[in-house]
Write a protein that binds this ligand. Structure first.
Ligand SMILES: [Zn+2]
Length: 136
């Protein structure tokens, strides 16, 4: 099967299941909940329409599950920052970064590229390695 583009993280991935019109799937890279907009001539995905608070909370939960990361008491504050960014700038840009660009949409490129493994946490302190949180 052809690789398809995630409209959230901009990474192409191979879907695990057969795609159906209006079907739903989860991006295996960022955890975004997606919906099939077009199947022909090529697959086009869009974000599943839902409330911002539900969208970001579910996305970070799924991303943490995919990577084996955990949260701590920072979560509430960072999610508030993400919701503020979405309200002001139209997407869930990292609240700890100045630039509101696609690579900073949460989970940001840095986080998806191994920053949590290298540093024990992401820049915001949203995603953590479980062993780092336990040591606190
Ligand atoms: Zn994605």
């Amino acid at each position: 099967m052809d690789r398809i583009l995630c409209p959230v993280c901009q990474v192409k991935f191979v879907p695990r299941e057969e795609l159906a019109p209006d079907g739903e799937l989860i991006c295996p890279v960022c955890g975004a909940r997606l919906q099939v907009k077009e199947l022909e001539p090529e697959v086009v995905l869009e974000r599943f329409p839902e409330e911002p608070e539900v969208e970001i909370n579910d996305r970070i939960d799924r991303f943490a599950d995919l990577r084996g990361f955990v949260f701590n008491e920072n979560r509430e504050l960072v999610v508030e920052g993400l919701l503020d960014k979405e309200k002001m700038f139209g997407d869930f840009y990292c609240p700890c970064r100045l630039e509101n660009v696609p690579e900073n949409v949460c989970p940001c490129l840095d986080t998806r590229s191994g920053a949590v493994k290298r540093n024990g946490r992401c820049l915001c302190g949203l995603f953590w390695l479980p062993e780092v949180v336990e040591d606190d």
